[in-house]
Design a binder for this molecule. Sequence first.
Ligand code: OAD
Length: 246
Amino acid sequence: MIPPPVIAALRGARHVVALTGSGISAESGIPTFREAQTGIWAQFRPEELATPEAFAAAPARVWEWYAWRRTLVQAAAPNAGHFALVRLETLAPRFTLVTQNVDGLHARAGSTAVLELHGNILRTVCSKDRQVVESWTEPAQPPPRCPACDMFLRPDVVWFGEMLPMRQLEAAMAAAAACDVFIAVGTSGLVYPAAGLPLVALDNGATVIVVNPDETPLTSHPTVHHLRGAAAAVLPALADALTATR
Ligand code: OAD
């Protein structure tokens, strides 16, 4: 059951922003970032693999971890939560989708103009000049090397301690400041600057909605609406409620 004030806020909104985190892809079979890792990767924390320092110290290990995650992403399909955001996009006069996910599932579901704050795991770049590389020779010992300059290739994702892509971050900040409704879906709200976006929206008077089965730092805020549950159940219910009242 979606609370009436949430439906009213969405109905009246001129600009809706959704921020997604790895929780929205959980039901597509992609483990969330902080979930226990499985198999040979269980001994490492993601924070020990997703850093420039880890890549410098153990490039083969980091490349292979991403190769494993890439396999999971390629085998996965968008779920009802991703598809509901496509519906919400068509229902709002203006809609901005910002994601921390690197899995590309929003675009595969049909969302347009997604702001990818942390890059995309399916793109590979030269670690020196960050140019996208489409094909390379797999060496016996990974990572493969850039065909142009022979430096290591790496996934086009943002690692801990690295800058976010400036154009996407600025667009996300501007949207958060200007929106009437901000929906934070499947994110623990622990990693900045993305975690600051709903706070910018709150400061500017937007209605903030959290979709998450668990508490987050945001859910204790007195004016935040917490829709407790899985994104694949709550987001379709939200889109249905909005359609039913039109
Ligand atoms: P986290 O793994 O930190 O949090 C996932 C959130 O999703 C948690 O709050 C869960 O309660 C929630 N969740 C789990 N299953 C869900 C479901 N079915 N529906 C809705 N929510 C669900 O992932 P993120 O917040 O995305 O950054 O993490 C943010 C960033 O931290 C990542 O992009 C990554 C990581 O460090 C970088 O790699 C730079």
